[in-house]
Design a protein. Structure first.
Length: 324
């Protein structure tokens, strides 16, 4: 066996150190970028609620949701179309589940939020939406026999109390009279749909990658929303494709749809689901701040009280996100 020259040994050792250092640098860079996106994704999601309130129902809800998700679906097809074609067999097998997810995510969770924006505040929408993890915990306890602890029950009670404070706007008489703002009820309907959507995602595996699955869900959702959009156009006001409506549709498609989901997905792949879930608790805070800065929506005392109860309840009921 011929001995390796000393110079070659030193060269190879130096190359190994350089390669290792470069890999560590890339990994650190990916983590820094993931943390930036972790803080950015909730703000991008918040754009949906703030836009809903800013428009105040001036654009027909089904039309706004349809064009938002149609553009988002087109963008995602351009990104993942090759994978979808390669996995067309899996797509053919999974289409019923994807169709249900599309209906829930686009039809049930789409127009109701824009209808709600006409009568309730963006902060109310965000705080009521924060109840979805609680509904998921309850459904998992009943349907999948997850253990209900005293801590979870306490957290659920706190969160429900917080939502009642927000919906009642600090007036107990509203709860007693069941005189809720229609927008709050529309949001509650959307939250129910979103919770079922998340449960299906959690408990039904897929052979598709997360971006490809999201693309398929968008496409099926647009197809499911099309009849509602056509019915709305035939029986009521139609969308005016002016500068304001086009700007709103493009913003909703690019930022709260494609941008937010891709940012969230990247952060989850790099950091894991725990820290990423924790970051999403910032959503109601972002919505309140953005709505205050952009459309002058005031932050009332009941928002602070209800928000504190909801977020504290989430922490107790859902648990530290890194454990889930």
């Amino acid at each position: 066996m011929v001995a390796m020259p000393l110079v070659d040994k030193r060269f190879k050792i130096a190359a190994m150190y350089r390669n290792g250092s470069a890999a560590e640098h890339r990994g650190a860079s990916r983590r820094r970028w993931a943390y930036v996106l972790l803080l950015t994704a909730p703000a991008m999601f918040a754009g949906n609620q703030v836009t809903a309130r800013a428009l105040e129902g001036s654009i027909p809800a089904n039309a706004l949701a349809f064009w938002r998700w149609a553009i988002a679906a087109l963008i995602m097809v351009l990104i993942t179309g090759r994978e979808l074609w390669a996995e067309r067999k899996a797509l053919a097998e999974e289409w019923p589940v994807l169709a249900v997810l599309g209906f829930l995510g686009v039809v049930v969770c789409g127009p109701p939020v824009y209808i709600a924006g006409a009568t309730t505040s963006a902060t109310n929408i965000a705080l009521i939406y924060a109840m979805s993890p609680i509904l998921i915990v309850l459904a998992s306890t009943v349907g999948f026999r997850e253990r209900m602890t005293l801590k979870r029950a306490f957290g659920i009670a706190l969160a429900v109390a917080g939502v009642l404070v927000v919906v009642a706007k600090g007036d107990p008489g509203i709860v007693a009279r069941l005189a809720f703002v229609p927008g709050d009820l529309w949001v509650a309907f959307a939250v129910l749909g979103w919770s079922i959507y998340v449960l299906i995602l959690q408990h039904r595996s897929s052979r598709l990658s997360a971006p490809a699955r999201f693309t398929a869900i968008c496409v099926f959702g647009v197809l499911a929303l099309l009849p509602f959009y056509l019915w709305e156009a035939a029986t009521g006001p139609t969308i005016a494709f002016d500068g304001r409506s086009i700007a709103a549709v493009l913003f909703l498609a690019l930022v709260p749809a494609v941008g937010a989901y891709q940012a969230y997905g990247y952060a989850q792949r790099v950091l894991g689901p725990g820290p990423t879930s924790l970051g999403m608790y910032l959503g109601p805070i972002y919505v309140a701040l953005i709505a205050y800065l952009t459309i002058g929506e005031p932050i009332r005392a009941y928002h602070w009280i209800g928000g504190a109860l909801i977020l504290t309840g989430l922490w107790h009921a859902v648990g530290t996100p890194s454990r889930r």
